[in-house]
Design a protein around this ligand. Structure first.
Ligand code: 3PG
Length: 208
């Protein structure tokens, strides 16, 4: 099993993917893999997300698929049962973290303040999602956190694009960023796998 810090080194961008129709799931994952991206955060924001997760986990072995938007212990359990290889939450409550830590699955808990970073660190976790990255302070904020707490590695997500990703990736405490720009809804709904592969190729070429 990959540990959470090594997950941050798989690709310079973790695509944050939302899929409405599970029939698109495998094609989306293959299109990302064809562009050189080896990891997906599949959000649990649609009714059928767990079905899509299961399909990708079973049929696209060269992609590590995790579940995002984990808000409750029950969602964490359901995601792991569906084959999630890691879990991502937008934030973290003590009870959610308590539960996830019993599951023996890598987790990227969401944080946005120094106090939240310290609370997660107290549990022995050094890999976190920084969300919502842009509104919460962007690269300058993460650089400032890195001074007193250099051991934490972040995956910033929220409001990041191909153009702004390098501002984050150049920081010593950032090895990847997250973003939904690789899988625009119009491309997914329109079966435009070529566009997704092209967006993945550009993202995979970013210097981490
Ligand atoms: C997330 O859940 O990480 C965000 O919704 C992704 O943010 P973005 O759509 O601004 O990339």
């Amino acid at each position: 099993m990959a540990d959470a810090t090594s997950i941050l080194h798989i690709s310079p961008v973790i695509p944050v993917v939302t899929i409405d129709d599970p029939q698109h799931a495998v094609s989306v994952a293959r299109a990302l893999a064809d562009g050189g991206i080896r990891i997906i955060e599949l959000t649990l924001r649609t009714e059928s997300a767990l079905t899509s997760l299961k399909l990708i986990a079973n049929e696209v072995p060269d992609i590590l698929v995790g579940a995002g938007t984990i808000l409750t212990p029950a969602q964490a359990d359901a995601a792991v049962s569906a084959g999630a290889q890691f879990l991502v939450s937008p934030g973290g409550t003590p009870s959610l973290l308590d539960h996830i830590l019993t599951l023996n699955v890598p987790v990227l808990p969401g944080v946005a303040t120094v106090g939240e970073v310290m609370a997660v660190l107290e549990r022995g976790l050094e890999a976190m999602k920084f969300f919502p990255a842009g509104p919460a302070g962007g690269p300058a904020y993460l650089a400032a956190i890195g001074a007193p707490i250099p051991q934490v590695q972040f995956c910033p997500t929220g409001g990041i694009s191909l153009a702004t990703a390098p501002d984050y990736l150049k920081l010593p405490n950032i090895s990847c960023v997250g973003g939904s720009w690789l899988t625009p809804r119009s491309a997914v709904e329109g079966n435009d796998w070529q566009q997704i592969t092209e967006l993945a190729r550009e993202a995979a070429a970013l210097a981490a």
